[in-house]
Design a protein around this ligand. Structure first.
Ligand code: SF4
Length: 651
């Protein structure tokens, strides 16, 4: 141990979960920092347990450490108990691998998976001794970078981040290392402005200080680059061939229990299912599959190296992988060395052909809960959101699962979707009750949890123009569902509508929201994803203090002409395509997956010479996509923590 460890160690017997701060996990690296190399601190701005499994961070950690001109370490936000001790003893934020002070790195890079972590970014910077506002930083301060899905609307964090990475990070971090390394070796000639200018010329990098925003009242009139060579629109970066990036090769094995505590192997990136609420699906297009043989090797070697007995084959819709049957059978039957007696999780998996195929394979090893995500309570509304699941599909899948020995079902829904009426909302209770009834045919222990989240319209989706439901309206709908599920054996859990409102402010906010984020942080608002720390009053007061209207940012419908704060960032999707899809949604028309239909010219394939991925062997016969569903095994869908804001559980 080096650097700060002698000052950190004495604090650890006074905090909850001291193993969060030790490092030295299997897969951890102890890089040598050389003055001529660029040092990166990759930070997940939430706890160790939430951040450690993050695949994006682990991939970049390995890629950077393989370079001769870079060294990378990891950092996670200290929980409030350790933070208080650190502040009282002037111990700065530190890296996990060598306990080096964060402020000594050349780059501090944050992964922004969701908006409610924004205040933690400011807190980590402040704990590092780095000015939270980008304009106050000196040449010798680290370059502050952010990547992840939330950066597709970077504007709320524009005051604090020097450079955003938009899209896949695998190649960009190398390009950035070269620019920053050259600047550092030159003696930082031209100052911070020079290196930020050069970074802004890299495809997929957005440097907010290189742009001026002009307002017309509350509306945005123009976003203008400050230099003629800075692009007026920043294109996302996309790696065309996932097979060239078989990472992580050495997945980290945590010292304490973490979320997604298993081997994770990404089998493809992107999704063309076209669910209109789903930002991840839209911004990660086009679909790029990992070669089957490479996926098999990564599973076999990963299991051997980590000692895990469970592997998740991750993607946005795992049954759509063209080799899914072969891959799962190989793992379950132990065809690969180190496999056999291994549990398989398939996040976000459609249930059509799967229920009688792969589900029966998987339950031979492990019987846990199943999670389905119908998202809306009625067929009408599922057409609006383009989640084309019929009730018959769902009930057949549930029946198949119960008949195979599964006992617990979980259904995910969104409330507050465009055109939603009370009948649609109440349909959630009906679906859940019917699932319990089906289960009772097989076992008295059958149960169903309906988990309900408030819908937040996201940038770069067809719903980006929609005015979200107010928190009062969402609360009314939750109340209606509580009444409707008092009988029938259904458990109801829900996301706090007030947290949904705050997500909405940050999701579609503009640069003016930065001051709100700073006020909330200065008033003590950290870990806003955690119910014990979230206080909506901080946000309401900060918005009022900045003279900003919450409804203007959240419940207001946008027009097609309005310049959105993220319009100068492109995920490759034509705005016309998104607008047309929004109109189709309002007309209740579904849009089948483009892998089985002619191209809709959404725009994303054009630049990458990427061919359509062939339909999976588990696609419905004839290639119809009218029955697409999501299914997860063992709760493998994106985690929504019961300890997060205001999630209540009825009965
Ligand atoms: S460009 Fe065409 S084929 Fe490619 S993702 Fe868009 S709709 Fe599908």
């Amino acid at each position: 141990m080096t650097a700060l460890w002698p000052r950190i160690e004495p604090l650890l017997d006074r905090v909850e979960k001291p193993a969060r701060y030790i490092g030295m996990e299997r897969g951890a690296q102890v890089p040598i920092h050389r003055p001529d190399a660029v040092s990166w601190l990759l930070v997940y701005p939430d706890t160790y347990e939430v951040g450690l499994p993050n695949q994006g961070l682990q991939i970049l950690y390995e890629i950077l450490n393989e370079r001769h001109d870079a060294a990378a370490e990891r950092g996670y936000a200290p929980w409030t108990d350790l933070e208080a001790l650190m502040r009282s003893r002037s111990v700065p934020f530190f890296s996990l691998d060598t306990h080096k002070p964060a402020g000594e790195f050349d780059v501090i890079a944050f992964g922004l998976a969701a908006e409610l972590v924004y205040t933690n970014v400011l807190n980590c910077l402040d704990l590092s001794g780095v000015p939270v506002r980008a304009e106050a930083r000196r040449d010798e301060d680290p370059i502050v970078v952010a990547g992840g899905h939330a950066t597709f609307n970077p504007e709320p964090m524009a005051d604090f981040i020097d450079a955003f990475v938009i899209g896949d990070g695998e190649e960009v971090v190398g390009d950035m290392t070269e620019v920053i390394g050259a600047w550092k070796r030159s003696g930082r000639v031209g100052g911070r402005e020079a290196v930020l200018h050069d970074l802004s010329l890299i495809m997929g990098v957005y440097v907010p200080s290189m742009y001026e925003v002009e307002y017309d009242g509350m509306a945005i009139r123009e976003v203008r680059p400050r230099y003629p060579d800075v692009p007026s629109t920043v294109d996302k970066r996309t790696i065309a061939d996932l097979g060239e990036w078989p990472y992580p090769k050495n997945q980290l094995v945590p010292l304490i229990e973490v979320v997604h505590d298993r081997l994770n192997v990404e089998i493809f990136r992107g999704c063309t299912r076209g669910c209109r609420f789903c930002q991840a699906g839209m911004i990660t297009r086009p679909v790029r599959e990992r070669p089957l043989e490479q996926a098999r090797t990564m599973v076999a070697e990963g299991l051997k190296r980590t000692g895990y007995d469970e592997v998740a084959l991750t993607s946005l819709s795992s049954a759509d992988f063209s080799g899914i049957g072969e891959l799962v059978s190989g793992i379950i039957d132990g065809q690969e060395e180190a496999c056999g007696n291994v549990g398989v999780s398939l996040p976000s998996l459609r249930v059509d052909a799967f229920t009688v195929g792969i589900a029966s394979e998987i339950q031979r090893i492990r019987r846990t809960g199943l999670t389905f995500a119908p998202e809306a309570g009625s067929w009408r509304l599922r057409q609006v959101i383009n989640k084309l699941i019929t009730e018959e599909d769902l009930y057949a899948a549930v029946d198949g699962a119960f008949s195979q020995g599964w006992r617990r079902m979980k259904l995910y829904f969104l409330i507050g979707l465009p055109t939603e009426m009370d009948d649609d909302t109440l349909g959630i209770a009906e679906l859940a009750k019917n699932v319990v009834e089906i289960g009772k045919r097989y076992t008295k222990a059958a149960s169903c949890t309906a988990s309900v989240g408030g819908f937040v319209p996201k940038p770069h989706t067809p719903f980006q123009w929609f005015g979200q439901n107010s928190s009062e309206e969402l609360q009314r709908k939750v109340g209606m569902l509580r009444d409707a599920t008092r009988k029938g054996g259904v458990k109801l859990s829900w996301h706090d509508p007030k947290a949904t409102m705050v997500e909405g402010i940050n999701s579609r906010g503009d640069r003016r929201i930065g001051k709100v984020i700073e006020r909330v942080w200065r008033s003590g608002g950290v870990f806003q994803e955690w119910s014990e720390h979230f206080k909506v009053d901080r946000w309401i007061e900060a918005m009022a203090a900045e003279g900003l209207d919450i409804d203007w940012y959240t419940t207001r419908h946008r027009t097609g002409e309005e310049i959105q704060p993220w319009d100068h960032i492109t995920a490759g999707l034509h705005k016309d395509f998104l607008w047309q899809d929004w109109q189709s949604a309002l007309a209740e028309h579904g849009l089948p997956d483009c892998r089985w239909t002619p191209c809709y010219d959404c725009g994303v394939c054009t630049d990458y010479a990427i061919e359509h991925v062939v339909a999976s062997p588990f696609a419905p016969a004839g290639g119809s996509q009218g029955t697409g569903q999501d299914l997860s095994i063992g709760g493998a869908v994106p985690v929504r923590f019961l300890s997060k804001p205001g999630v209540g559980v009825a009965r």
